[in-house]
Write a protein that binds this ligand. Structure first.
Ligand SMILES: [Zn+2]
Length: 118
């Protein structure tokens, strides 16, 4: 994938992880994270910052690393990918978070639209 796409993917991941962590790990101690992105060994001179608990922090670093190793020029949907980057257990964990946050962020957007319309 392109560097732009990679940056976009990691930023989205950070946002989704944060939403999930805020809601579902509200009791866990959180840490501010500022990750400097690199892709295929190249420093992208781009930072993604977020706030996560220890568990989500590990998942975030893991995703960054695995996404960086995606061999596809145009990344297919992970579900359909013939060479999944994530180990199965991690993928399940991630899929749950993406579903939760995707739904929540989607709903917030809808609510905003409704407010604007009414
Ligand atoms: Zn968390």
């Amino acid at each position: 994938m392109t560097q732009e796409k990679f940056i976009e993917q990691v930023s989205t991941m950070a946002k989704f992880l944060k939403t999930n962590c805020e809601d579902n790990h509200s009791g866990a101690p959180k840490k501010d994270i500022n990750l400097r992105l690199s892709y295929k060994g190249e420093d992208l001179n781009f930072n993604v910052s977020t706030t996560l608990c220890k568990e989500c922090e590990e998942l975030f670093y893991y995703s960054h690393e695995r996404l960086g190793e995606c061999p596809h020029e145009i990344k297919p949907s992970c579900r359909k990918c013939p060479h999944p980057c994530y180990e199965k257990s991690r993928w399940k964990q991630m899929a749950k978070i993406m579903r939760y946050s995707g739904m929540k962020l989607g709903l917030t957007k809808l609510k905003k639209l409704f407010r604007l319309a009414s």
